[in-house]
Design a protein around this ligand. Structure first.
Ligand code: SME
Length: 161
């Protein structure tokens, strides 16, 4: 695995994702443990973008259970169809929420988080096995570019689960 994460310094979001994704494969190469890999992926995302919170919830039975993450403590269990995470699971699609106050049923793990993206992680059968959740304390940071690249990262994660 790589020892130091390289972060594109151009200030361009796309460039940062491309630099990050090119390193993710070597970061997880040869390591079969899912917790170790998801922990490093969430750390690499946090180090690159310094979001308020970034991490994983994994499907266990009829709930999402908190997985590896970076940021403040968070809700441990989310039911199917509840909150942004549970809705992304139910609808099997990414959700970009520019203002969490405008999302009915949003689960406020932290009052500081005001915008959010959740992308589902699907297994080979097309079932949701987890979600990748990014929270920002700013309204104007997360957009469709993030959705596109976070979906790409979710696809990398889907091969691990
Ligand atoms: N806000 C999420 C809950 C998870 S935390 O943001 C880490 C939701 O509504 O599902």
């Amino acid at each position: 695995m790589t020892e130091d994460l390289k972060i594109a310094q151009t200030g361009d979001k796309q460039e940062k994702y491309i630099t990050l994704i090119s390193q993710l494969h070597s970061l997880i190469f040869g390591e079969p443990d899912i917790v170790a890999n998801l922990a490093n992926i969430s750390a690499a995302l946090k180090e690159t973008f310094n979001w308020w919170w970034v991490g994983f919830y994994l499907v266990k039975g009829d709930e999402l259970v908190l997985g590896p993450f970076q940021g403040p403590i968070a809700c441990t269990r989310i039911r199917h169809g509840k909150g942004v995470c549970g809705t992304a699971w139910k609808e099997k699609k990414s959700l970009l929420v520019p203002d969490v106050n405008a999302f009915p049923g949003h689960i406020a793990c932290s009052a500081a988080s005001v915008s959010e993206i959740v992308t589902p992680i699907l297994n080979k059968s097309g079932e949701v096995v987890g979600v990748l959740d990014v929270d920002s304390e700013h309204y104007d940071v997360l957009d469709d570019t993030d959705v596109r690249f976070l979906e790409e990262i979710s696809q990398i994660c889907s091969k691990l689960l």
